[in-house]
Design a protein around this ligand. Structure first.
Ligand SMILES: Nc1ncnc2c1ncn2[C@@H]1O[C@H](COP(=O)(O)OP(=O)(O)OP(=O)(O)O)[C@@H](O)[C@H]1O
Ligand SMILES: [Mg+2]
Length: 303
């Protein structure tokens, strides 16, 4: 390859990056609140919290987007029972996210890959960064009050890309109460501090199980750990969500009706958390439930 063609390739790449940066800025301008759900450890309930939070906010009438940046193990489509693929025909020939509710849209790598849900994706860092940036630049999101982002565990490329691409994203850190999990959560907290991402608060999930026979609380993973960490770190504990067998059943079945079952302790606690999050974020948003504009609220033209 000649020096000249190498030079023009580099210029091309630079121009493309600049164009994408502009598109990202423009898209983000139409999104009021961005919430990154993260954790230090796997399997603590991030995806469940992200999915339930999105649906709960949508049911309150807000326009919500849910972006699943877990590229290796996307769980959002399973939890929501999502079918269908991304559509074409958005503004500027962008792709349309999946409409889960009239005022809630979702994107996950699985919705791009189609039929073979068990295909393993092998992504190196730069590819992941590119895919996540495209989730913002190349998708025609409607005007959103909230964009909830579900990430894989840890502090790798995915949360880092979100932090760098969405500078005003705020973190919701999920943990379970036992020490092995808390050690990892401290890494998440330090990550947020290093990249200067505000932390909305901690959520202690799987915090005790009510015995179905005697009603007593069984401390499966201990309890209080999240509370103690929150205190030590000067953070809010937004919720203590108990273990609830319905979460597992519904999560596997793509059902989220749990959110309507007020008799469950987890639902009561979850709703308190949603109210708290609304207090901490900008809710003077153009909420779909408040009757202004058309429900889709899709922005007209970008750039
Ligand atoms: N409060 C809860 N009670 C009972 N089961 C729960 C609860 N929260 C999550 N689960 C279950 O635990 C499993 C893991 O949850 P989830 O997929 O939300 O975790 P995650 O942190 O996103 O995992 P990963 O790190 O793999 O992305 C799922 O089967 C889910 O249904
Ligand atoms: Mg997950």
């Amino acid at each position: 390859m000649t020096m000249k063609s190498q030079g023009s390739q580099a210029e091309n790449r630079k121009a493309q990056m600049e164009k994408q940066n502009k598109e990202i800025t423009e898209t983000l301008r139409h999104i009021k609140n961005k919430i990154l759900v993260m954790s230090g450890k796997g399997g603590v309930g991030k995806s469940s919290v992200a999915a339930y939070l999105s649906v709960a906010l949508a049911k309150k009438g807000f326009r919500v987007g849910l972006m699943d940046v877990d590229l290796h193990g996307p769980s959002i489509p399973r939890i929501l029972g999502l079918k269908g693929r991304l559509g074409f025909g958005g503004n500027d020939k962008k792709m349309l996210p999946i409409n889960y509710l009239p005022n809630m849209e979702v994107i996950s790598i699985e919705t791009l890959m189609g039929e073979n849900k068990d295909a393993a994706t092998i992504w190196r860092g730069p590819l992941k960064i590119g895919a996540i940036r495209q989730f913002i630049s190349d998708i025609d999101w409607m005007e959103l009050d909230y964009l909830v982002i579900d990430s894989p565990p840890g502090t790798g490329d995915e949360p880092l890309t979100v932090a760098q691409t969405i500078p005003d994203a705020k973190a919701l850190i999920v943990t379970t109460p036992q020490e092995v999990s808390l050690a990892d959560v401290r890494k998440s907290i330090n990550f947020c501090r290093q990249v200067k991402m505000d932390i909305l608060g901690l959520v202690e999930n799987m915090s005790g199980l009510k015995c179905p026979y005697c009603g007593k609380l069984i401390e499966v993973f201990k309890t209080q750990g999240g509370e103690v960490t929150a205190q030590k770190e000067g953070l809010r504990l937004l919720a203590k969500l108990p273990l609830e067998l319905e979460v597992v059943k519904e999560g596997d079945a793509g059902d989220i009706s749990l959110l309507d079952n007020q008799a469950l302790l987890i639902t009561q606690e979850f709703n308190k958390m949603v109210a708290e999050i609304m207090k901490l974020t900008d809710t003077k948003a153009s909420s779909a439930g408040h009757g202004n504009k058309d429900l889709a609220g899709r922005k007209t033209g970008t750039g």
